[in-house]
Design a protein around this ligand. Structure first.
Ligand code: AMP
Ligand code: ZN
Length: 469
């Protein structure tokens, strides 16, 4: 039985599905496809994937929906600023549709490389405009929305439970709101359901309120309702979505349904870099492609994420990536040795591992603990049974255990190249930096080494160097 932390109730709860046909109805906030997904975004989808895998391991089927936001996500959460899609289109001299097609393709390629299983239904915002208009119309008819000169807004004063997900009262929220630019709004925290478009906004559609485009929050509400109904089991997303986006989704859906619409709100914590936030200005935003160029596989990143509890912040460092890469190779080597063995393992021992593993994954997705069980198990005397059970565990880990079957000397364990002096110097400087615990500097030096065409891997016998081909 899965126990999972529900943001709404602020506690771990037993998961009980709504439908008795064993199908879990689940909505996951997807990407805004105006740019490459960075490793922080991808951590959130790895968390979603693990949750889906655990539900399947427990015997459930899943009806999962993920949105692709290709219109309406403005630069500021306060319904101001340019549409992110239109801005990217302008900057890259493409149409917003071309931008969306390009970045969606890259996104799905990243998911595939990370072994993230795609939700059953992928819903593009631009293909659900009629449903969004209908949703807004109904909100207006029920008295939850009002029209002003630049759009239709949600009247949060009409929804007394506003703030229940984040535990923020309306007063606190108003106090926190920026100086209001839009003075027509009844309340500073009211948010746009539909924005009236000015003529140079490329993406716009006819509506009862003239030409315009949907607000970002209504997209998820309209699409989750269309595919999953008024009330569904699980809604996932990154933790940053709690105070505004998900609060607004709740206000919209519950206004129409007249009752609680999502039973379990489950959020993944943030990924940090060098202990701080990721941001363009700090130059510390990485994509899977960046990691590949530095000599890492997407699955090294997946493995790194699996080593952290999804509800805890995870600090990304290249040291961490090296460790992930090395441990992953070690696992494959051990697996290959088990695979090559004809010996058997006592079924009672196997059963114990299986039970412990099931308990770990069902305890609020404790994947680090489950990995610990795997490591202990791999130390058992070599046996094909251990290999087969590891494959079973890999239904959760998604680390392609079945694809690595031969014992191989991993490349990074040999230093078979001539190392230039300047690289040697940098390696020495990096060693010093690490001894001084100056990890930012150590990472910076690693970057320089990569730029010079080499990757370095930390092993227990010191640094190994490879030339990037
Ligand atoms: P966006 O494409 O900006 O809408 O973000 C996609 C998803 O990534 C959302 O669920 C965000 O909550 C999540 N996200 C954004 N930044 C981070 C981060 N640093 N760590 C983890 N998740 C993040
Ligand atoms: Zn959403």
């Amino acid at each position: 039985m899965l126990k999972i932390y529900n943001t709404l109730d602020r506690r771990k709860e037993e998961f009980v599905p709504i439908h008795n046909d064993n199908t879990v109805y689940m909505y996951s906030c997807g990407p805004t496809v105006y740019s490459f997904a960075h490793i922080g975004n991808l951590r959130t989808y790895i968390f979603m994937d693990i949750l889906r895998r655990v539900l399947k391991y427990d015997g459930y089927k899943i009806k999962g929906v993920m949105n692709i936001t290709d219109v309406g996500h403005l630069l500021s959460d306060g319904d101001e600023g340019e549409d992110k899609m239109e801005k990217a289109a302008r900057e890259q001299k493409k149409s917003p549709w071309e931008i969306a097609a390009f970045y969606s393709e890259v996104f799905f390629k990243d998911l595939k490389a990370l072994n993230i299983s795609k939700p059953e239904i992928i819903a593009k915002a631009t293909e659900h405009i009629p449903e969004m208009i209908e949703f807004v119309k109904q909100l207006q008819e029920k008295g939850f929305a009002y029209e002003i000169s630049d759009g239709i807004y949600y009247d949060i004063a009409k929804f007394p439970e506003y703030g229940k997900l984040s535990g923020q009262t309306l007063d606190e929220k108003e106090a926190g709101a920026r100086v209001e630019e839009n003075t027509e709004k009844h309340n500073p925290a009211d948010f746009a359901l539909w924005k009236k478009a000015n003529p140079n906004h490329i993406m716009q559609w006819d509506s009862p309120w003239g030409k315009g485009f949907p607000g970002w929050h209504i997209e998820c509400s309209a699409m989750s309702r269309k595919y999953l109904g008024d009330v569904f089991d699980i809604h996932t997303g990154g933790i940053d979505a709690v105070p505004v986006h998900h609060e607004n989704e709740i206000a919209q859906n519950e206004a129409l349904a007249g009752k609680k619409t999502v039973n379990y709100w489950i959020h993944g914590e943030f990924m940090m870099v060098d202990g701080g936030k990721m941001s363009k200005s700090l130059g510390n935003i990485y994509t899977i492609d960046d990691l590949n160029k530095k000599g890492y596989d997407a699955l090294d990143f997946r493995f790194l994420c699996l080593n952290a509890i999804y509800r805890k912040k995870l600090n990304f460092t290249f040291e961490g990536m090296d460790n992930a890469k090395n441990s992953r190779n070690k696992i494959y080597n051990q697996l290959a040795q088990h695979k090559a063995s004809n010996a058997k393992t006592n079924p009672a021992i196997l059963e114990k591992y299986k039970t412990n593993f099931a308990n770990a994954i069902n305890d609020d997705l404790n994947i680090p603990y489950a990995l610990g069980i795997l490591f202990t198990m791999l130390k058992e005397p070599k046996s094909i049974d251990i290999y087969n059970l590891a494959l079973e565990f890999d239904k959760i880990f998604g680390l392609d255990f079945d694809k690595y079957s031969v014992v191989k000397e991993t490349k990074q364990e040999t230093n078979d190249i001539e190392i230039p002096e300047n690289i040697k110097d940098l390696i020495e400087q990096r060693k010093q930096a690490k001894q001084n615990k100056d990890y930012a500097k150590a990472d910076e030096i690693r970057k320089q080494i990569t730029e010079l065409g080499y990757t370095i891997i930390d092993t227990k016998d010191g640094v190994k160097v490879q030339k990037i081909n």
